[in-house]
Design a protein around this ligand. Structure first.
Ligand code: GAL
Length: 138
């Protein structure tokens, strides 16, 4: 399947009720410590505020955070690890009224209560060590 170059950037709006679906495969063995990063930015610039930062360290944990005025907020970490070495994944992020809900391969794993208005998100970025096959915003 044709790959989508990373880092992938798309201008979006992600109001409550929208859904992001990302399909890909870790680009290398978990023993090499690959990562996946998804950021929901509030402007069209790389250094803009981040309403939702989702970073997967495939061989250890998932970290979630927000970033305002260049400063990271309180980090939320989970060692729940549904991603499998060498296996394709389907990552869904649902924008609910109070929180983002993260679904991996059809199962709900993480939640991140809103710190910034989800209606302020203008750009999504997906990057790091993944072979990306599809990003759908609905
Ligand atoms: C830092 C990392 C940032 C971001 C942040 C989240 O350690 O350098 O890229 O992931 O944690 O709390």
């Amino acid at each position: 399947m044709a790959l989508i170059p990373v880092p992938y950037t798309k201008y979006v709006s992600l109001p409550v009720g929208s859904f992001v679906k990302i399909k890909g495969t870790p680009a290398m063995s978990f023993s090499m410590n690959p990562q996946l990063q998804v950021d929901f930015h509030t402007e069209h610039e790389d250094d803009s505020d981040i309403a939702f930062h989702f970073r997967v360290y495939f061989n250890s944990c998932v970290v979630m955070n927000s970033c305002q005025c260049g400063s990271w907020g309180e980090e939320v970490k989970s060692t729940d690890m549904p991603f499998k070495n060498g296996q394709p994944f389907e990552l869904g992020i649902m924008v609910l009224s109070k929180e983002y809900q993260v679904i991996v391969n059809g199962c709900q794993y993480y939640t991140f209560p809103h710190r910034l208005d989800p209606g302020s998100v203008k750009m999504i970025q997906v990057g790091r060590d993944v072979s990306l096959t599809s990003v759908i915003i609905a």
